[in-house]
Design a protein around this ligand. Structure first.
Ligand code: FEO
Length: 388
């Protein structure tokens, strides 16, 4: 399927309706797309980003349908294989020059996707004339690899941003706004690079594009919507929310979680509760964008944190959410080294630890009171931050 983005600019990428996992980790409940853009200048033709190699036939047949007989330049905005993997098939067919940042070219050479004689590095601010249209390359490293560039098509006020401002969403709509999938995507991919994202956002705003064309998910023809959302998500602000990822083996940790959830709600605090035996980790990641506090609930599993909670802690440590406070609740049968082990899994996080509540067996009345005191302490900390 080919779609016209604006005059002489075509979406020739692939919608991956069926993919359900990215990076062998991230759930894709709504699929994804690999957006590739063909720009037909009066003198030269350029293609921005290719597609995942498993969808290369879609890209090639779209180019056939457009009767493209030459591509002078392939702009590789980012070397990750979901955008670069099909470049070698374009080289075989069209023999283009492949342009990217110095780092991107190095990676493409390392991956065996291009050869040195085909590749050329471009620098920040460099222009490339296609005849009646001009591409400007903008260095945008660390959203989320060191190699990323954006490409600005001046005459159409269209900015191509590769992974940045994208979403994992398979949709027939060329332009659409889906807050949930965009936020999930931000949390999963961009949140660890919040400071860089904020910096690049300013540069995007300064360009004031009419269209933003990422390389995953729908495009933005009202860029202010996604830019405002990103300004919110990348800010240091947190909300009066507690995220509670938990596991329970015999029900005692779940009793503690239920008591805490009720106590927090009683105190006017929003709660997002995730049973990790059932949770979609993309939803958990998205919840971490705004929360002021995370409370992990775990039983002792051979004295240590349950592996599913250890997994959530490692994930949080990688995603680097903005949360200010954390605590741990849970139970054990005959021995526990939960707290220190769990803390050791999150060295990147600067969260202040509020006194954990770890009990032997099922929680007794005193233990439930300790849970209420934990809720009181969370309330006090949130009030100190002015969150309620
Ligand atoms: Fe969509 Fe970082 O690749």
């Amino acid at each position: 399927m080919i779609r016209e983005v604006c005059k002489d600019v075509f979406h020739v990428g692939a919608i991956d309706w069926d993919r359900r996992l990215f990076d062998a980790l991230i759930p894709l409940p709504e699929g994804t797309s690999y957006n590739s853009y063909l720009i037909k200048g009066s003198e030269k033709t350029a293609l921005i980003d290719a597609v995942d190699p498993r969808m290369k036939d879609v890209l090639l047949s779209n180019l056939d349908a457009l009767r493209v007989d030459s591509i002078d330049y392939v702009i590789s905005q980012h070397a990750e294989q979901d955008h670069s993997g099909a470049i070698k098939f374009l080289i075989d067919r069209y023999d283009p020059k492949v342009l990217g940042s110095q780092k991107c070219i190095e990676l493409l050479l390392d991956f065996g996707i291009v050869s040195k004689d085909r590749a050329r590095a471009v620098s920040d601010g460099e222009m490339l004339s296609l005849g009646d249209m001009t591409l400007e390359f903008i260095s945008a490293p660390w959203v989320h690899w060191p190699d990323t560039i954006f490409t600005y098509l001046r005459e159409r006020r269209t900015l191509f941003t590769c992974d940045f401002l994208g979403s994992h969403l398979a949709t027939s709509d060329l332009f659409a706004w889906n807050h949930e999938s965009a936020k999930r995507y931000y949390a999963e991919i961009m949140m660890p690079f919040r400071a860089n994202a904020r910096r690049h956002l300013e540069r995007v705003r300064a360009l004031a594009p009419d269209i933003i064309a990422p390389s995953h998910g729908p495009l933005h023809d009202n860029p202010e919507i996604v830019l405002s959302a990103y300004a919110d998500w990348t800010s240091d602000d947190v909300r009066n929310e507690v995220v509670v990822p938990f596991v329970s083996m015999h029900g005692s940790t779940e009793m503690m979680v239920s008591h805490l959830v009720d106590a927090l709600i009683d105190r006017g605090i929003s709660v997002k509760r995730f049973d990790l035996t059932k949770t979609d980790i993309g939803a958990l990641a998205a919840s971490l964008v705004d929360a002021a506090t995370i409370v992990f609930g775990t039983p002792a599993f051979i004295t240590r944190p349950h592996p599913l909670i250890a997994y959530a802690a490692i994930l949080a440590n990688s995603l680097r959410p903005n949360a200010r406070f954390a605590s741990i609740i849970g139970s054990y049968g005959w021995g526990a080294r939960i707290v220190e082990e769990l803390k050791s899994l999150m060295p990147n996080l600067k969260m202040e630890i509020i006194e954990p509540v770890i009990v032997k067996g099922y929680p007794k009345n005193d233990d439930l009171r300790s849970i209420e005191m934990l809720a009181d302490e969370i309330l006090r900390r949130h009030r100190e931050l002015g969150l309620l």
